[in-house]
Unconditional design. Structure first.
Length: 133
């Protein structure tokens, strides 16, 4: 989180935009329940490696929670970040891995990092496939 806050500070100092992504691994609980936590860990590693390979080498990626990641993309648009997430899902699908759902926001000039994370989390939830009630 400290590094993402630094990215945000640098983006603001240089007048660049920063896109924040809040990403969730779809169906990780089911992987853990059906195949065990080692399989779930392998899924998390596959997502992490794939995500990092589709972002620029200097874009930050951090594990935020159990099946959640945050990433920051400075100087890019939400559309560019969305295309990268689509590439992540295509690569994961080709490898037989779980897909991801992502909420993307461009952080506002006076917006706090916490507020941006909340907005991205809300967008992630709206975009997540829902099974049942």
């Amino acid at each position: 989180m400290i590094e993402i806050a630094r990215d945000l500070g640098a983006a603001r100092r240089t007048g660049q935009s920063m896109v924040l992504g809040f990403l969730d691994v779809d169906g990780l609980k089911q992987v853990n329940d059906r195949h065990g936590h080692a399989a779930g860990d392998n899924t998390l590693q596959a997502v992490s490696v794939t995500l990092r390979s589709m972002l620029r080498e200097y874009d930050l990626t951090v594990r935020y929670g159990g099946d959640e990641f945050l990433f920051s993309v400075v100087g890019a648009t939400e559309q560019d970040a969305r295309m990268r997430i689509e590439a992540v899902n295509a690569a994961l699908s080709a490898a037989g891995q779980n897909s991801v759902t992502c909420g993307l926001v461009t952080i506002g000039v006076d917006e706090t990092l916490a507020a941006a994370i909340d907005r991205a989390d809300h967008l992630l939830y709206e975009g997540r496939p829902h099974d049942g009630p």
